[in-house]
Design a protein around this ligand. Sequence first.
Ligand code: PRP
Ligand code: URA
Length: 209
Amino acid sequence: MGKLFICDHPLIQHKLTYIRDENTNTKDFRELVDEVATLMAYEITRDIPLESVKVRTPVAEANGKMISGRMLGLIPILRAGLGMVDGILKLLPAAKVGHVGLYRDPETLQPVEYYVKLPTDVQQRELIVIDPMLATGGSAIMAIEALKKRGCSQIKLMCLIAAPEGVKAVQEAHPDIDIYVAAVDDYLNDHGYIIPGLGDAGDRLFGTK
Ligand code: PRP
Ligand code: URA
């Protein structure tokens, strides 16, 4: 079973509360999502292996450590996942970015795939699938399936807020995937919204609606 990591750093929790607040405007919402994505990237990269290197300081030789040439890929689920990309790239500037376009049918709540564009060497990369919301889990499950179908095997999932239902669904469908979230909320309402959640992440990021 994949692990669930709750990123409970005080800075993340503080900013998440502003993100939830209905009075937070689009500009601030976007900036806060970006900042939390950077902070979560710090947590999700904790297990990246290091290698020993030597470096000359102005006065002597020092033994240092550097990240051992990992090839990373970010896979935002369109559209709300886009809001987290730049924040992660601040820490992982060499990562390539692939896109999986899905929308959730408002009647059935089932995800519908409309776009997939991935780096050509995606199979060799460690991938982080990004989406602010993990509600029923349908979108994340389908995005991960789209990656596995194309030969990818090293995949993590990063979301801001999850419903318990979504976590369970992803863990059942993809037991090999670790999930990183800032919070697990109470439940899903009849429209598939996370309660208390933050509302519609895409609409709040892009000022639609
Ligand atoms: C939202 C959200 C997730 C999905 C989560 O996207 O960004 O992708 O819903 O729901 P699920 O876990 O039940 O699948 P939405 O379909 O509203 O599309 P958008 O990002 O284009 O607004
Ligand atoms: N998608 C959102 O944007 N918000 C939710 O609460 C659920 C799905």
